[in-house]
Design a protein around this ligand. Sequence first.
Ligand code: UT7
Length: 332
Amino acid sequence: MQKIRASITAIGACLPDYILDNTELEKMVDTNNEWILSRTGISERRILKGEGMGTSEMGAGAVRMLLEKRGITAEDIDLIICATTTPDHQFPATANIIADKVGIKNAFGFDINAACSGFLFSLTTASQFIETGKYKKVIVVGGDKMSSIVDYTDRTTCVLFGDAAAAVLLEPDTEGFGIQDSILKSDGAGRTFLRQKAGGSAYPASMETVMNREHYVYQEGQTVFKFAVKGMADVSAEIMERNNLTGDDVAWLVPHQANKRIIDATRDRMGVSNDKVMMNIQRYGNTTNATIPLCLFEWEKQLKKGDNIILAAFGGGFTWGATYIKWAYDTK
Ligand code: UT7
């Protein structure tokens, strides 16, 4: 028997109905469709509306779909991890709230915050629990309500982000499929270039922080761009090299969707053709922790058992990483 690996066996997603397109943004800030499309690749994004609606609302929707698709109940789940940068509250963990909403009663849950790399960090963490042999069904949710921390008077950031959640189920595999390898990196020296300055223990919320608009996403775009292009491409090349994969061996690249130009640079460095790159940034923008599982969800029917898939991300912190998966199932 081969070693136990964690393989993805089901995917669910939840997208809010409201579509915020570039035309509507043109009325809100000094921007235009041509600039947004050419610099980022984004045409529209989804926004979660409604009083009291947080990330858990979308996370719960994604988990319900996943359970139904796999034909299991909430009580079968052993562990739920939520990757999010926009938790419902500072505490308790959004994973707990999702579990409660869905009826997951026999599991423990916690959140992971690694900004846009959070889904990869969570997937790798979750896979360790499966590999021990003790945990059989682990859910990883990637979700963000970015609209809750986006300043819709700041044209440099408000065009970039959207809301969404998607979730994957991990189960043990002993036939060689599933998560093969992961490289995760972080460098706190990059923390000032992309962050939400206030609201934590260093700068708690006050009248002043609100007046200074310090509860919104702050980004030095060009600096983040330079680090992202290098970080995502380097780590993707590294994981291919150490697993003896060439561009031809890779069936799919699933990149974090922050900027089409960053994705193109990673694709070129890996030597994979454009038709192997999952890209839906044009419809959803940057949904932070949801981008990668949302791509897997949308491309699920095209994935074949045995496909070599590389997931890659870069985000605030800085954090970045790549994961190599051998896909475990064909979708009927
Ligand atoms: O997911 C987490 C990681 N995040 C990322 O990976 C994002 C990385 N950064 C980026 O994707 C890009 O830097 C941005 C898309 C954020 C910005 O694109 P850029 O090509 O780096 O533009 P820039 O910041 O250099 O700005 C160029 C010009 C500036 O005007 P001036 O100074 O040349 O007159 C900006 O003020 O574009 C202006 N500008 C805009 N113009 C129209 C900035 N935002 C807008 C806008 N509409 N929305």
